[in-house]
Write a protein that binds this ligand. Structure first.
Ligand SMILES: Nc1nc2c(ncn2[C@@H]2O[C@H](COP(=O)(O)OP(=O)(O)OP(=O)(O)O)[C@@H](O)[C@H]2O)c(=O)[nH]1
Ligand SMILES: [Zn+2]
Length: 370
């Protein structure tokens, strides 16, 4: 199976660089940094006394004050940085000196793989010696959380009052420990009128997940489906994936069982967000499969973390489930969080000419039982 290059191969890349970083962070600072990056404002990341000041290439208005570019390891590999192996650990984000006549258009062409066919002649670029790895990995994770391309202008550090963040803040950001039930109400749905919707909120993260509790609860393990959001498939009827039909089939299968729960997880694009997923689609239009498209953008093949699903089930008082999925990572992810998966139930959907390749890639490269 192909693997993403670098710490992005694991969505908790920052935390595995140094396990001390995974506790004690302040999610508020990460939230402010994410907001600033989306608005095109610079932020500072501090680690052990060293500070880097960065702005996202995608939202920056100018390259004024930029001294280098910070790119994901996989983007650096695509750009064929001649000395990457010597100058930097190939697993880590890479800094390159900014080329002559540099402007924001050129920065975007370097940052965005979907523009490679339009601007094929870039470089040669040289990787700079690696420094400040935890801060650089934290920057990559902030880009994912902000739904931005993982590419930054590294700016001169000045006396600015930019928001400051430390890697541990980023680790703390989507921690589901403090998730709570915020609202619940009856919601008759087409598959079953006897359904309740339960909404969850975490003070750390602005994403609201929901559960549909279907049918009459009893003491048997419920049929449970973890469904990750797919705007294009769930709402717009996209034929490129199997999400929409899987969502409806799951609701019917749960309804046919005694009782069950559908968790609708706001993990669009397997955790990279809508805009980056659409960039992955643009790369698929150029011939890359779903796995290589994610990697080429600089993200993990699958950036989801199912601990939030385990916490939702816990809040619903469910500790043992019959899981509707073809994805072994979902089974392992729930079990790792202490949920007993007493049975895996397949969820097979007939393919169409537009998603046959996508389904084959799931089977051949990400281990789905299809
Ligand atoms: N990055 C990316 N995400 C995609 C692509 N196609 C679909 N998705 C996302 O993939 C997710 C599909 O999730 P699920 O159906 O819950 O999970 P699964 O991994 O297919 O596993 P199953 O339980 O077997 O269906 C959704 O978040 C979609 O938005 C793609 O080409 N690229
Ligand atoms: Zn989909």
């Amino acid at each position: 199976m192909g693997q993403a290059i670098g710490p992005c191969a694991d969505r908790n890349g920052i935390c595995f660089l140094n396990s001390d970083l995974s506790s004690g962070g302040d999610p508020k600072r990460a939230a402010r940094a994410i907001d600033a990056l989306r608005r095109g404002w610079s932020i500072r990341i501090e680690h052990e006394g060293e500070i880097i000041r960065i702005a996202a290439v995608e939202t920056a208005v100018s390259v004024l004050g930029a001294s280098s570019l910070l790119l994901s390891a996989s983007r650096a590999a695509t750009l064929k940085l001649v000395n990457q192996r010597a100058a930097a650990n190939t697993e880590l984000p890479v800094r390159i000196a900014i080329p002559a006549d540099f402007d924001i258009g050129m920065a975007l062409a370097i940052a965005d793989p979907t523009l490679d066919l339009r601007y094929p002649l870039k470089g040669p670029f040289l990787a700079q010696p690696a420094t400040g790895a935890p801060a650089c990995v934290a920057a990559m994770e902030l880009a994912r959380l902000a739904g931005l391309l993982p590419a930054f202008l590294v700016l001169d550090v000045d006396l600015s009052t930019d928001d400051i963040v430390v890697p541990a803040d980023v680790c703390a950001f989507d921690d589901s420990d403090n998730l709570q039930i915020a609202a619940r109400a009856n919601l008759p749905v087409a598959a079953n009128a006897d359904t309740e919707i339960v909404a969850f909120r975490s003070p750390a993260d602005s994403t609201d997940h929901v559960a549909l509790v279907i049918g009459k609860r009893d003491s048997s393990p419920p049929v449970v489906r973890l469904h990750s959001e797919c705007l294009t498939g769930d709402v717009l009827g996209s034929l490129k994936c199997d999400c929409g039909p899987q969502l409806h089939e799951a609701l019917h299968q749960i309804s046919d069982a005694q009782w069950g729960i559908l968790l609708y997880l706001r993990q669009e694009g397997r955790g990279i967000g809508l805009i980056n997923k659409l960039r992955a689609y643009a790369l698929q239009d150029q011939g890359f499969d779903t796995v290589d498209a994610n990697t080429r953008l600089g993200f993990a093949i699958d950036a989801r973390d199912f601990s939030v699903a385990a916490r939702m089930l816990d809040l619903l008082g469910v500790h043992s489930v019959r899981l509707l999925t073809n994805n072994p990572e979902k089974v392992a992810g729930l079990q790792a969080e202490g949920v007993e998966v007493c049975e895996r139930l397949p969820l097979q959907i007939a393919s169409n000419p537009h998603n046959a390749q996508y389904l084959a890639t799931k089977r051949d490269r990400t281990g789905h039982a299809l």
